[in-house]
Design a protein around this ligand. Structure first.
Ligand SMILES: *Cc1c(COP(=O)(O)O)cnc(C)c1O
Ligand SMILES: [Zn+2]
Length: 419
């Protein structure tokens, strides 16, 4: 008798009744016959649309593919992404001054960020399209996720990173998973311009969040939060607070809610208020919300310790701005000091996150102090990436190691001193 080999990773299988629609005009396109990132006629962002409107009773299984009935593929390349914890933090809720606070920790995904949810769909679509090379520009986590999913799909992967601006853990991931890493002497927005130009010339398939398929995977964060809240409280959260970089998640959550409303699973008046947080040194979306503008102004010089959201021109702003406005949410900027303080607060509750993730809690505190968030609210803060992504930031925010001799007497004597 022979021991049978593991079956190969299943090829992606596209679903019927799916198309790409332009959010700016009436144009629509077949999804899997040609490569396309934006509308041919007006250049607007595309979104994936469906004939079917599934609801919670049609979902089955665990993680992102539990919601397969609402995704453009029936199956895809997977590393068991999604099904992340929604931690209870009653002491932090009291401290911030809200009725309920839960932390949706996306750092608990396979490569340590929510980007995995997007890649399980996006890389599957790439296979469906028959492309040979995948590419992204990245502040770090997108490259880590793309490298992992690309290697699992046995596809060549190219990542463009701004030199010196990517946290150590993320570069290490992209490297070990075997991506070709191009270090660009510029910022993230320069990297994105470059990779978009490469994709336009057919050199690679682009998996930044301008790619509408990635956002389909990421919308499952919204499904998970709503489903869990209905179970735990019989109602949905009043507000979801999240860090904003390219505003892909903001757009994806808004889409999740619209789909649930369309399916009759969520009342239009119950949709959580989408509340975006940026770092003060990198806050073009906050500026647009404050000015009441329909477009964001590109910030050429951006700076923050929260490198994952160090982005001057959020590509998904045309999807995210209506999401924030129509749900009655807002956007707020926080200092790097407030981000570090929030990172310590979360760590104190046992939840280890990278700086960008802590922006959500820092933003919630600011808005509560300003009275924008009220005391009776049930709030979810999204923490987008794991502590180990940025070990340098963690070490700087945390306690310092204390040198001691390798002898019990010396250790005991040291413990007598104040830390
Ligand atoms: C990508 C990323 C963000 C930004 O998400 P957008 O969808 O681009 O707004 C925030 N935090 C972390 C840790 C990320 O990796
Ligand atoms: Zn269009």
């Amino acid at each position: 008798m022979e021991v049978s080999a593991d079956p190969p990773v299943p090829p992606a299988v596209a679903r019927d009744g799916v198309w790409l629609g332009c959010i700016a005009c009436e144009e629509s396109f077949a999804p899997f016959s040609e490569i396309r990132y934006v509308c041919d006629s007006c250049g607007g962002l595309l979104e994936v649309r469906y004939v079917d409107r599934p609801s919670f009773d049609e979902f089955d299984g665990r993680g992102v593919w539990r919601y397969g009935a609402s995704l453009p593929l029936e199956k895809s390349v997977t590393i068991d992404e999604g099904a992340t914890p929604l931690y209870r933090v009653p002491d932090l809720a009291d401290d911030v001054g809200v009725e309920t606070l839960r932390i949706k920790h996306e750092g608990m995904n396979p490569t340590g960020s929510f980007k995995d949810r997007g890649m399980t769909v996006g890389v599957g679509v790439a296979r469906e399209l028959g492309v040979s090379r995948l590419a992204c520009a990245s502040t770090g986590n997108t490259s880590a996720a793309l490298a992992a999913y690309g290697s699992r799909a046995e596809m060549e992967t190219l990542v463009l990173l701004p030199t010196g601006k990517v946290a150590a853990g993320k570069v290490a991931q992209a490297s070990l998973h075997g991506a070709r890493i191009l270090e660009v002497d510029g910022n993230f927005d320069d990297c994105l311009d470059l990779v978009q130009a490469l994709a336009d010339r057919g050199e690679a398939y682009l998996l930044n969040s301008v790619n509408p398929f990635r956002l389909e995977g990421q919308k499952t964060i919204g499904f998970e939060i709503v489903e869990r809240f209905l179970e735990d409280y019989g109602t949905v959260p009043d507000r979801i607070v999240l860090p904003v970089g390219n505003a892909g998640n903001t757009a994806a959550l808004y889409k999740a809610f619209r789909e649930l409303v369309g399916a009759g699973a969520l009342s239009p008046t119950d949709v959580p208020k989408l509340t975006g947080v940026q770092a003060e040194g990198s806050a073009p979306l906050v500026e647009a919300i404050e000015r009441g503008a329909d477009e964001v102004r590109r910030w050429d010089d951006v700076e923050t310790r929260a490198t994952a959201i160090r982005i001057g021109y959020p590509v998904n702003a045309p999807k995210a701005l209506p999401g924030i406005r129509e749900t009655g949410g807002t956007a707020v900027a926080v200092t790097d000091a407030a981000i570090t303080a929030a990172q310590r607060d979360l760590a104190g509750a046992g939840i280890g996150v990278e700086p960008a993730s802590a922006a959500s809690l820092a933003g919630l505190r600011t808005l509560r102090d300003e009275g924008v968030v009220s005391a009776d609210e049930r709030v979810v803060c999204l923490t987008t990436g794991h502590l180990l992504k940025d070990p340098d930031a963690a070490a700087e925010a945390g306690t310092d190691p204390e040198p001691v001799p390798a002898a019990l007497d010396g250790v005991l004597a040291h413990l007598e001193t104040e830390p």
